[in-house]
Design a protein around this ligand. Structure first.
Ligand SMILES: O=P(O)(O)OC[C@H]1O[C@H](OP(=O)(O)OP(=O)(O)O)[C@H](O)[C@@H]1O
Ligand SMILES: [Mg+2]
Length: 181
């Protein structure tokens, strides 16, 4: 039903699962003997994060932050604010920020600036998708699932006007969806 609004599927559920397995193995290898704190960035990262953590064969903890810059538009307003802060102290912890997508880089840049002041032992970033063609602020991601073209993508946690987060695949919407038909 949801996929009828999709013009082009970029990644199927099976494609995404393979990416999650690869990222999970990398993180498992890199954090041997550690107990990383995975910080999911609401709301987009939740679907990815729930699948990714089950591919990590380590003791991990999870927490969430909501730092929002987009309204119902597909273009960023440029404004970033904290909607929900962490419940856990990151002092001395090895933290991994979990994002669904890095687009302009504004959200990640803001998050890094905040988290760097909190004395974590290490800070790394794992993003399912990277859209480097849209970057406004240079940011570094340590684990990247896939690079996506300069198109607005939905599904697997990513929304258009809060819809399509529950679609299993990732794709590009038909233009008529934006024009309200
Ligand atoms: O690199 P940027 O241009 O900052 O864009 C990336 C951010 O935008 C989206 O979140 P959004 O603010 O839409 O909130 P949501 O996750 O609740 O949809 C996405 O989940 C990233 O957090
Ligand atoms: Mg959004």
């Amino acid at each position: 039903m949801l996929e009828k609004d999709i013009e082009r599927v970029l990644y199927s559920r099976a494609d995404i699962q393979k990416v999650n397995e690869r990222l999970g193995k990398q993180i498992t290898a890199d954090y041997q003997g550690k107990n990383p704190l995975l910080i999911g960035i609401l709301k987009g990262a939740i679907v990815f994060m729930t699948d990714l953590i089950r591919e990590i064969d380590l003791h991990v903890e999870i927490d969430f932050m909501d730092v929002s810059s987009y309204g119902a538009e597909t273009i960023s307003s440029g404004e970033v604010k904290i909607i929900k802060d962490l419940d856990t102290s990151v002092k001395g912890r090895d933290i991994i920020i979990i994002e669904d997508i890095v687009d302009t880089g504004r959200t990640l840049n803001y998050l890094m600036a905040i988290l760097k002041t909190r004395q974590a032992n290490s800070i790394k970033v794992c993003t399912l998708m990277d859209k480097p063609s849209r970057r406004i602020i240079p940011v570094h991601s340590d684990y990247v699932g896939m690079e996506v073209p300069n198109e607005f993508v939905v599904g697997y946690g990513l929304d258009y006007a809060e819809q399509y987060r529950n679609m299993g695949s990732i794709g590009v919407l038909k233009p008529e969806i934006y024009s309200g038909k």
